[in-house]
Design a protein around this ligand. Structure first.
Ligand SMILES: Cc1cc2nc3c(=O)[nH]c(=O)nc-3n(C[C@H](O)[C@H](O)[C@H](O)COP(=O)(O)OP(=O)(O)OC[C@H]3O[C@@H](n4cnc5c(N)ncnc54)[C@H](O)[C@@H]3O)c2cc1C
Length: 401
C-alpha cells in the first residue's frame, strides 16, 4: 500500500499530530516529524524515585480528562485499551491581595451552586450572545461583586488558561462562558467525574503509537515547508500533503510562502510561554494543610505576574509517597532549588476576541493547497480539542473514526 498511497507529513507529535497519524496511517503513507527527542508534546510524564525507594510516574503536562466533555478522547482510550482512574479536582485559592484562603471540592463547584446568582446570569448571557464583550466588561455590566470576580472568576480563568490575572478580564466573555457550559461546570445536577491515565499520561501515548512507531521521526525539527505546484516539501523532502500539528506561531514561521489568510488567521492566534517545574517543596501550597487542594492557585499582588498554579500530583494521581510531588507554573523563584526534579517550558494559547474570529476561519486555510491545520488551540486548548481537530483533518482525507 505504502508508496502508492498519498504521502502525508505531520509536523508535531503532540496529541493532535499523533491522533491524526493514528487515524491516517492505515490508508496513507504518513510521517510524523517531532522536534523533541520524545513524542507527546504537552503529554510529559517524569519517572521519579521517592525517598522510600518506590518509583512513580508523575505527570507535569496533560493530567486530567472526563467522560462527559471529552467523548472522543475517552473513546480513544477505550479503543487502545488504556486503564484510567478517578482523580480529585479540588480547587483552592490563596490570595496575597485579600489575604483569603479558600477551597472548593470540585473545579466549578461554586459556579454551579443554585444560590449563586452567577449561574442564571451566565446562562442568560450565552443565550443573549453577549458576543463582543470582554469578560471584564461583562462583569461590570452584570454588576458582579468585585470580591467574586477577584477571588473566584479571575483565579479560575487564570489557572485554566495559565494567563496573568490582568489578562483574564480581556478574554472574550462568550468564550469563557461557553467553556464552563461545555465542561458541565454550570450544571447543578452534577459535576463531571475527572480521570487520569493510570501510571501516567505517557502510557496512553505508548499504546497509541505502537502500530505506527516506524512512521515517527523524533529529534526532527522542521525548519521550512514550501508548497509547489503538485507537491509540498518539508525541509526539501517531497510529500503530497502537510499537516501542521504544531502551534500557530510555529507553523507560520515554517511556511516559506504564507498566504494572506494564513498570515491573518495564524497571526491572530498567539501563544505564551509558561515555566513548569516538578518539585517537592510544599511551601508553595497553602499555609494551612487543610486548605491544600489538587489545583492551588496563588493570587499575587502584581496583576501582570503570570498565573501561579501548583498542582498537587499526589492527590491528582493518587500517589502514595512520603513527599508531595508538586507541579508549579511560573513561580520557580519561590521553589527551593534542591527540591526541583524537572523543569520544562510549555506554551499555552492566549484567548483574545480577535482569536475567536480567526478560529472560525479554519476552513479558509485548512484543506487547501495541500496544507492542513490541527492542534488543541483551534478549540478551547484542551486534549479533547486536539483530538477533535485531528478528526476534522482526517475527514478531509476521507477517513472517519
Ligand atoms: C502544564 C500543562 C498542563 C495541562 N493539563 C491539561 C489537562 O489536564 N487536561 C487537558 O485537557 N489539557 C491540559 N493541557 C493542555 C494541553 O496543551 C492540550 O491538552 C494538548 O496536550 C495540546 O496538544 P497539541 O497537540 O495541540 O500541542 P502540543 O502538545 O504542544 O504538540 C505540538 C508538538 O509540535 C512539536 N513541534 C513544534 N514545532 C515543531 C517543528 N518545527 N518541527 C517538528 N515538531 C515541532 C512540539 O515539539 C510538540 O511536540 C495542559 C497543558 C500544560 C502545558
Amino acid at each position: 500500500m505504502r508508496g502508492v498511497s498519498p504521502r502525508i507529513a505531520i509536523v508535531g507529535g503532540g496529541v493532535s499530530g499523533l491522533v491524526a497519524a493514528h487515524l491516517l496511517h492505515r490508508t496513507h503513507d504518513v510521517m510524523v516529524f517531532e522536534a523533541h527527542d520524545r513524542v507527546g508534546g504537552h503529554v510529559s510524564t517524569i519517572d521519579v524515585t521517592a525517598p522510600d525507594g518506590r518509583p512513580h510516574a508523575v505527570d507535569m503536562g496533560f493530567i486530567v480528562y472526563n467522560e462527559q466533555t471529552y467523548p472522543l478522547f475517552a473513546e480513544l482510550l477505550r479503543q487502545i485499551g488504556v486503564e484510567t482512574q478517578p482523580s480529585d479536582m479540588s480547587f483552592g485559592v490563596r490570595s496575597d491581595r485579600s489575604g483569603i484562603e479558600y477551597g472548593s471540592r470540585n473545579l466549578g463547584a461554586l459556579l454551579a451552586q443554585p444560590s449563586n446568582l452567577v449561574r442564571p446570569r451566565f446562562i442568560g448571557m450565552v443565550r443573549d450572545g453577549a458576543g463582543a464583550m470582554s469578560l471584564g466588561e461583562y462583569v461590570d455590566s452584570a454588576q458582579f461583586s468585585a470580591a467574586f470576580a477577584e477571588n473566584y472568576l479571575v483565579p479560575m480563568g487564570s489557572a485554566l488558561w495559565s494567563l496573568p490575572r490582568g489578562r483574564v478580564l480581556d478574554m472574550p466573555a462568550a468564550f469563557f462562558v461557553r467553556f464552563f457550559e461545555n465542561h458541565g461546570m454550570l450544571s447543578v445536577s452534577g459535576q463531571p467525574e475527572w480521570h487520569v491515565v493510570r501510571g501516567g499520561s505517557a502510557r496512553y501515548v505508548e499504546a497509541l503509537i505502537a502500530p505506527f512507531q516506524d512512521r515517527i521521526r523524533t529529534s526532527a525539527p522542521v525548519a521550512r515547508v514550501e508548497r509547489r505546484h503538485a507537491h509540498v516539501t518539508v525541509d526539501g523532502e517531497p510529500f503530497d500533503h502537510v499537516v501542521f500539528a504544531c502551534h500557530s506561531d510555529q507553523a507560520l514561521k515554517m511556511l516559506g510562502d504564507p498566504t494572506r489568510a494564513e498570515r491573518d488567521i495564524l497571526g491572530a492566534l498567539p501563544f505564551q510561554a509558561n515555566e513548569v517545574v516538578l518539585h517537592t517543596d510544599s511551601s508553595v501550597l497553602p499555609r494551612s494543610r487543610r486548605a491544600w487542594a489538587s489545583w492551588n492557585y496563588h493570587v499575587r499582588s502584581d496583576d501582570e505576574a503570570p498565573a501561579t498554579v501548583t498542582y498537587n500530583m499526589n492527590t491528582l494521581q493518587a500517589l502514595e509517597a512520603p513527599v508531595t510531588y508538586c507541579v508549579t507554573l511560573n513561580a520557580t523563584e519561590a521553589i527551593a532549588p534542591e527540591s526541583i526534579v524537572h523543569r520544562a517550558q510549555f506554551s499555552h494559547p492566549v484567548y483574545t476576541r480577535a482569536g475567536m474570529l480567526a478560529r472560525e476561519r479554519h476552513a479558509e486555510i485548512s484543506g487547501l493547497d495541500r496544507t492542513h491545520y490541527c492542534g488543541a488551540y483551534w478549540g478551547f486548548g484542551f486534549h479533547e480539542d486536539g483530538v477533535r481537530s485531528a478528526y476534522t483533518v482526517a475527514k478531509r482525507f476521507g477517513v472517519h473514526a
